[in-house]
Write a protein that binds this ligand. Structure first.
Ligand code: C2E
Ligand code: CA
Ligand code: CA
Length: 646
């Protein structure tokens, strides 16, 4: 029978501790927080406290009644022994748990592990041998429990592990999120409080209950990863990736990032319903979790997953990359449809190739180069990222140090003596660190950085300032062509911005000819058409750039009010090479003529090409045959010479 009073309080404490531990175990299993090392160590911790509570409960229950029976006494004795065996493991396990949460497992080398294990093994051996040695505790003649010297050694060992856990926490402070810091401190404080209370009021055995409540707190905050998990896919989110990688850098952990980039994600829009993409993402995430349950899998953007892989050789990594790549050789199910996805797997060493969290995000966010044909990219394959990052930095410097410069390439009329027609303004970047960078390389990056408006405005201002000098008009130029990114043409307020810039100069608006590539216009046709008409009413001219490169179509030439169509150099060059090319060029010229638009051909490099174009009857020429794009100073000299000769 359990009497009321002291025993019943113990009974209530221990039973509560068991219940709390049981709930924590149950939730961990229900929420499947059992796969990763950290989860496993946590479960061991819960198990230790739970078994300890059971042992304490049995011991306390049997203690007053076991005098009557030898069997009960042995049972009580074994239960106490088991309590000590398990209890000696508590602080070491807690130390390992804190190490896991701090992401510092890799800091424990063989020697460290041996040292920590030795301390643990010695205390455990002392406990296990106690029935023979009685070094830890014994029972006197009256059957009363008495402590012996080794018990203090066990306490000291426990204090040592606890202290090491505190140190680990302090040293990894920066690597932890506020939530984790609070949870671990809460656990430590509640444990210390429990031990303290039990030390003062020796019969108030609250330590285990305090510890179980501490675990509950840890389960709700550290083990609960709701804020780290992408709710749709179940994999970790971008913030978790940043946090975990920061932790790795602080701890100087060596690892590999496997970045999976899906390069044709837009294909899902064409199959199935509107949520096809999210269905697909869930399928891919599920497959990755199934293939690699132990790795952390992150979704850093709509089409990118990243895996963090620790302690693997190059061969093992290659094998993992191949497994991922192979899976993408098979179709994916989206509703009733199957789709094939193209994925590129990039494998990069941290910190050798990826030196910071921002570098890692840079890799995850950068598009795969257009000419890439490999399915797996490693080491030197990733050099393009270094270049990309270097160009991005050069662009930022370009804006700060004003190292962007506008060059001019003249355009001529296809008449006797090639009279000057105008010029195209082309931007250049002269960087102090990486040297000259060409727009073909940096314009797409400027667009991605969201700075294209700023750059195009700068070019427009420079051109206006040049026109305001009156030199171009004096030399007989009709206009200067300014390239515009079509993306910004369709943004609200664009018309007003252009007018605003040009109004600041004393120039005729008809001397500005905007070049746009009709690329995204298919979707935003009406907007583009309205924008163009509004600017044309102000007097500006418009050219369609890069005709024949795949974006342009006859309908857009017809319905958008372009003054000049610029036939792309590739059309000219292929016309020179073969019959098919010539047919395309001839027909393009004829059709554009019938639509009553003027024609400029760019990329003119030889006199042979000029003769070909003369026979077809185009209006203007632009190309290296006449001049490359040159700095303003040289350009002024060129047009003045030309004007003097005329
Ligand atoms: P684009 O508008 O098609 O410009 C013509 C490109 O062809 C220029 O390259 C020019 O140097 C080159 N080119 C002209 N004649 C010849 C020739 O005879 N042979 C050869 N091989 N090339 C010739 P660039 O200056 O490197 O510009 C590349 C692209 O960058 C431009 O293509 C344009 O799309 C973009 N871009 C240049 N400046 C700007 C700008 O200020 N704003 C915007 N948004 N884009 C610009
Ligand atoms: Ca152009
Ligand atoms: Ca062009």
């Amino acid at each position: 029978m359990i009497s009321f009073g002291e025993s019943s309080i113990h009974f209530a404490f221990d039973l509560s501790a068991i219940l709390v531990c049981f709930i924590v175990l149950l939730f961990s299993i229900i929420y499947q927080r059992t796969e990763k090392t950290q989860n496993k160590v946590f479960l061991v911790l819960v198990f230790v406290i739970m078994v300890n509570s059971v042992c304490e409960l049995v011991t306390n229950y049997l203690q007053p009644i076991c005098g009557r029976s030898r069997f009960l006494f042995s049972l009580m004795d074994y239960s106490r022994l088991l309590y000590f065996i398990i209890h000696a493991a508590l602080c070491p396990v807690f130390f390992y748990y804190v190490t896991c949460v701090c992401g510092a497992m890799s800091k424990l080398n063989f020697r460290h592990n041996l040292f920590y294990a030795m301390t643990f093994v010695i205390t455990e051996t002392a406990v296990i041998l106690n029935p023979i040695t009685h070094w830890v505790y014994h029972f006197d003649e009256k059957g009363e429990y008495c402590r012996d010297f080794a018990i203090y050694a066990i306490y000291i060992a426990a204090a040592f592990y606890f202290f090491m856990a505190v140190l680990r926490l302090l040293f990894s402070w920066q690597a932890l999120t506020a939530r984790r810091r609070i949870a671990l401190i809460y656990f430590m404080m509640i444990v210390v409080l429990g031990v303290f209370v039990q030390l003062i009021w020796i019969d108030l055995k609250v330590e285990l209950l305090a510890e179980s409540f501490g675990l509950l707190g840890i389960m709700l905050s550290v083990e609960n990863e709701d804020d780290r998990v992408d709710p749709n896919t179940g994999v970790y989110n971008r913030r978790a990736f940043e946090n975990d990688l920061n932790t790795c850098f602080i701890n100087k952990t060596v690892l590999h990032l496997l970045c999976i980039k899906i390069t044709n994600a837009d294909i899902t829009e064409r199959v199935g319903s509107g949520n096809a993409y999210s269905v697909l993402n869930t399928t891919i995430s599920g497959k990755l979790m199934e293939l690699f349950p132990r790795y952390c899998i992150y979704k850093t953007s709509a089409d990118t997953f990243v895996l963090t892989v620790f302690d693997k050789t190059d061969d093992e990594l290659k094998h993992i990359s191949e497994r991922i790549s192979d899976r993408f050789e098979k179709p994916w199910q989206v509703g009733d449809n199957e789709v094939m996805l193209n994925a590129v797997v990039m494998s990069a060493n941290v910190p050798l190739r990826i030196g910071s969290t921002s570098d890692a995000l840079y890799m995850a966010d950068s598009p795969v180069p257009a000419n890439n044909e490999k399915k797996i990219l490693v080491d030197s394959d990733l050099d393009y990222l270094l270049r990309l990052s270097a160009v991005e930095k050069a662009i930022k410097r370009g804006f700060e140090e004003k190292t962007f410069e506008v060059y001019y390439q003249p355009t001529y009329c296809l008449d006797e003596g090639y009279p000057l027609h105008g010029a195209e303004a082309l931007i250049r970047l002269h960087d102090t660190v990486i040297g000259h960078v060409y727009p073909g390389e940096f314009i797409p990056i400027v667009e991605k950085m969201g700075l294209i408006d700023e750059l195009d405005d700068h070019v427009l201002r420079e051109v206006c300032a040049f026109l305001e000098t009156g030199i171009p008009a004096e030399c007989g130029m009709e206009c200067i062509n300014v390239n515009l990114s079509v993306l910004q043409c369709i943004r609200p307020g664009f018309v007003e911005r252009m007018i605003d810039i040009v109004s600041g100069f004393n120039i005729k608006k008809s001397m500005i000819n905007f070049e746009i590539t009709e690329s995204v216009a298919a979707n935003d046709y009406r907007v583009l058409s309205k924008t163009m008409n509004a600017l044309k009413r102000e007097g500006f001219l418009f050219s369609m750039d890069d005709y024949g490169t795949g974006y342009s179509n006859m309908q857009s030439i017809f319905s958008l009010d372009f003054d000049i169509i610029k036939i792309d150099k590739s059309i000219l060059w292929s016309a020179e090479k073969g019959e098919l090319g010539r047919i395309i060029l001839e027909n393009s010229v004829r059709m554009i003529r019938q639509m009553d638009r003027r024609i400029l051909v760019e990329g003119v490099e030889t006199s042979g090409q000029i003769e070909l174009l003369r026979a077809l009857g185009v209006d203007y020429l632009q190309g290296y045959y006449f001049s490359r794009p040159i700095p303003k100073k040289d350009f002024i000299e060129l047009i003045k010479n030309k004007a003097n000769k005329a």
